[in-house]
Design a protein around this ligand. Structure first.
Ligand code: C2E
Ligand code: MG
Ligand code: MG
Ligand code: MG
Length: 288
């Protein structure tokens, strides 16, 4: 009967929810172990100056080599880390690791090289100020705040408390830049940008992946670039996969590009080899 079917469905549903909850608990425990047992790694993806083809920055992206599950995507474990608060420890680990590597790259290759680090909203809500720790760490490495960019998402600004605002101001005072990640996918509001002194906007890859001349996405990208420049911000386009996308974005005045066309995220030794190499300018686009 329909009633039985409904009940069966109900049982099925709760069973899978329990499994899901169990899976997440397991993942949370495993994550704690991962931190202790060196299973976390950072990969670095170049952020290229579109006018020169030089690698100016890198985004640090976390990877987890799970002993049984293999490589687990951050899209799967970052939410669990956020729910359980483990993200605070992970975030500190990411920062220390990335800062250390950046100090080496600035010394060996490129004195203005910057590292862009994703910071979860949960890390902002955490009362304890990690900023003074971060600054001490930078000082110990001989790094200025200008070496670091923090990537935040629009959601953070939507319900920004005093804690959030204070942390953003502290970054600014220290010379640490702020990038607005995945721009255009959240509750984009121009008033946030004015209020929070954002340095860079990262156009979300969903606007870039189907980019064609004279398309709606092209019009959106152009509008974002003009607005950002008018307000003194720089623009990074995420998810550039084709030469055509790079040519269109470069012609539209986009400052930086990131995506598989240039390179996927790489382990640090492979990134070190790529760093001195300028990626040739696109053909047919004049950059002075
Ligand atoms: P995100 O910050 O927007 O990072 C960009 C994502 O796009 C990365 O996925 C990157 O590998 C991917 N990507 C780069 N170029 C291309 C491209 O040309 N095409 C396509 N299709 N994808 C491209 P990834 O590494 O899987 O990271 C996913 C998300 O996980 C990140 O999105 C970020 O929100 C989060 N995440 C990664 N590392 C950290 C971290 O250390 N801390 C925190 N809080 N979040 C992190
Ligand atoms: Mg990011
Ligand atoms: Mg992004
Ligand atoms: Mg994203």
């Amino acid at each position: 009967s329909a009633k039985e079917q409904g009940r069966n469905r109900y049982h099925y549903f709760t069973a899978s929810m329990q499994e899901e909850a169990q899976h997440r608990r397991q993942l949370a425990n495993d994550l704690r172990q991962a931190l202790k047992n060196d299973q976390l790694q950072l990969h670095y993806q170049p952020i290229v100056d579109l006018a020169t083809g030089h690698i100016s920055k890198a985004e640090a992206l976390i990877r987890w080599q799970h002993p049984d599950l293999g490589l687990v995507s951050p899209a799967d474990f970052i939410p669990v880390a956020e729910e359980t608060g483990i993200i605070v420890e992970i975030g500190d680990w990411v920062f220390r690791q990335a800062a250390h590597q950046t100090a080496r790259w600035r010394a060996s290759h490129h004195r203005d090289f910057q590292i862009s680090i994703n910071k979860s909203p949960v890390q902002f809500r955490d009362g304890a100020s990690d900023i003074s720790c971060w600054l001490k760490h930078l000082q110990a490495l001989g790094l200025p705040g200008q070496a670091v960019i923090v990537e935040i998402t629009e959601g953070l600004l939507l319900d920004a408390s005093k804690t959030v605002t204070d942390k953003l101001l502290a970054f600014r005072d220290a010379g640490i830049q702020v990038s607005l990640d995945d721009f255009g996918t959240g509750y984009s509001s121009l008033s946030y940008i004015k209020k929070f002194h954002i340095d860079n906007i990262k156009i979300d890859q969903s606007f870039v992946c189907n980019l064609k001349a004279n398309s709606d996405d092209m019009a959106l990208c152009e509008a974002i670039i003009v607005m950002a420049h008018t307000l003194g911000m720089k623009v990074v386009a995420e998810g550039i996969e084709t030469e055509e996308q790079r040519v269109l974005l470069t012609a539209a005045g986009c400052d930086y590009g990131q995506g598989y066309l240039f390179s996927k995220p790489l382990p640090e030794n492979e990134f070190s080899r790529l760093l001195p190499i300028a990626i040739p300018k696109p053909k047919g686009v004049c950059c002075e």
